[in-house]
Design a protein around this ligand. Structure first.
Ligand SMILES: [Mg+2]
Length: 237
């Protein structure tokens, strides 16, 4: 089947944090008289993310979504702060961090991304971002200058399903008006992106920026930057 759409993961694929999370947390905490060890905060943040429930709230109406998203992040950041989260100033600090990660200063778009997306678009492909993220994602992509290159932005809380749940990929295909089999998804997560997309009937490409070369299922390609994406996608066709 002819390829008609490319869906892309966001964090680790299009952009990354501008500074390690532990360092940012420690910097913000210090303004509020809280001492955090960056390396430890980084490790505990990673553990909190792994342990967190999926970032989707099926059955929760639009009006209450923002509150649930914030509570989800509050639990993650709280765990990363450890005992320091008991300090009264933690709440202000959390509010500042939550706002920070909704702004472009917190992120760095990989240098080849815009050009790769432009090339794909000039070939008539539809482009979407499919990301385990919250309502801050659409304005963030706009602030990072990527929104005009995309036909659709679908974050997990809006889809009421988080990757690797195939439902979010199916929602994206359906919103694009393209069959899953005519869509390829590129992302840096072996489970969230590669497995999830394949379970939904999409083709998958692993974005292996650290060149870790994991074992991949047959038919899954691997690239190390998005510069390789247009040629690969046109070759798949
Ligand atoms: Mg990712």
């Amino acid at each position: 089947m002819r390829l008609e759409a490319v869906t892309l993961d966001a964090v680790g694929t299009l952009f990354a944090v501008a500074e390690p999370v532990g360092r940012t947390y420690a910097r913000f905490a210090a303004r509020h008289g809280i001492t955090l060890a960056p390396a430890r905060a980084e490790r505990d943040f990673g553990e909190a993310l792994v342990a967190a429930p999926s970032l989707a709230f099926p059955g929760v109406g639009r009006a209450r979504l923002a509150e649930r998203e914030r509570a989800w992040w509050h639990a993650v950041v709280r765990r990363a702060f450890g005992p320091a989260a008991e300090r009264p100033s933690f709440e202000t600090c959390f509010a500042e961090l939550f706002a920070h990660y909704g702004r472009r200063e917190a992120w760095r778009v990989f240098p080849e991304v815009a050009e790769a997306l432009r090339l794909l678009r000039t070939q008539g492909l539809k482009l979407a971002v499919v990301s385990n993220f919250d309502g801050r994602l659409p304005p963030l992509l706009a602030a990072l200058g990527l929104r005009p290159l995309l036909d659709l932005v679908l974050h997990s809380t809006a889809a009421a399903a988080a990757k690797p749940d195939p439902a979010i990929f199916r929602s994206a295909s359906s919103a694009l008006g393209v069959a899953p089999a005519a869509t390829v998804h590129a992302g840096d997560g072996l489970v969230a992106d590669v497995e999830g997309a394949r379970r939904a009937g999409l083709r998958a490409i692993l974005v292996d920026r650290r060149d870790q070369r994991p074992r991949l299922p047959a038919g899954v390609s691997r690239i190390t930057t998005l510069s390789e994406l247009p040629a690969l996608v046109f070759g798949l066709d």
